[in-house]
Design a protein around this ligand. Structure first.
Ligand SMILES: CC(C)(COP(=O)(O)OP(=O)(O)OC[C@H]1O[C@@H](n2cnc3c(N)ncnc32)[C@H](O)[C@@H]1OP(=O)(O)O)[C@@H](O)C(=O)NCCC(=O)NCCS
Length: 215
């Protein structure tokens, strides 16, 4: 079942983000602090934009996936700068010249990338999706993306963008299958975009999605 995020789901989001953090694979053995991935790519979206956060529950009621979005990626980053990063930076102190994966993730918390002004005019919104291995390859990813895109379209978004590691061939194939188009490649990750100006299935998106069971 796809349902809206609830604050009680937060720990599951951190776990899923870690289990899929290595270009779609398990990053558990790569880091000492398993919450770092979720601090960057999951929790702020769910907590600051809960209307654009959905989870996939299996038949036992376990959360096995999520899709998260921000309506306006530039505005979202500004909001994180005042409402999210200060506390996270306090929890994770910067290590100068540190070269562990933990250090690189902490550096990303302290030194945020510049917003992509070149793409946000047409594709202002952003998304992240991660499903645990047992939930993959069964159509849930497509339904979750449709759920989020319908919610974004309902809020008036013109389009959406996302980044995917060049190593994550599975996700690249998935986004292409769903009609996303490659915007550019910086040597490390591909940026994919999808326009929502002709979004036709708003009515079927979220309301349809809530009936889907993760079996
Ligand atoms: C990537 C991910 C979200 C895809 O979700 P999923 O539930 O496995 O994908 P679905 O079963 O819904 O597939 C949807 C469509 O994409 C297609 N597809 C999926 N993977 C594909 C691939 N590697 N190559 C080509 N097409 C692919 C499917 O055939 C399906 O097509 P159809 O709907 O026309 O039949 C999921 O596998 C996942 O969470 N992976 C780990 C984390 C991750 O990589 N997240 C993305 C980070 S950018």
């Amino acid at each position: 079942m796809i349902r809206p995020f609830d604050s009680a789901d937060l720990d599951a989001l951190y776990r899923i983000c870690l289990r899929t953090g290595a270009a779609g694979g398990d990053a558990t053995d790569l880091v000492n602090d398993g919450r770092l991935f979720g601090e960057i790519w999951a929790a702020p979206y769910a907590l600051l934009e809960p209307d654009l956060a959905f989870v996939l529950e299996d038949t036992n009621g376990e959360v096995v996936g999520y899709v998260l979005g921000s309506l306006d990626a530039v505005g979202f980053e500004d909001r994180c700068e005042s409402e999210w990063w200060p506390a996270v930076r306090h929890r994770h102190v910067l290590v100068e010249n540190g070269d562990r994966i933990d250090d690189l993730l902490i550096a990303l918390i302290h030194n945020r990338p510049q917003p992509r002004h070149d793409l946000v005019t047409e594709f202002p919104s952003e998304l992240h999706i991660d499903l645990l291995p047992e939930a993959q390859g069964r159509g849930h990813g497509r339904r979750m993306i449709e759920t989020l895109l319908a919610a974004l379209a309902d809020l008036g978004s013109l389009g959406v963008h996302l980044g995917v590691s060049a190593e994550n061939l599975n996700a690249i194939g998935f986004y292409r299958a769903l009609g996303f188009v490659e915007f550019d490649f910086d040597g490390v990750s591909h940026t994919f975009v999808r326009s929502l100006t002709n979004w036709q299935i708003s009515a079927r998106g979220y309301r349809h999605g809530v009936d889907q069971r993760a079996e």
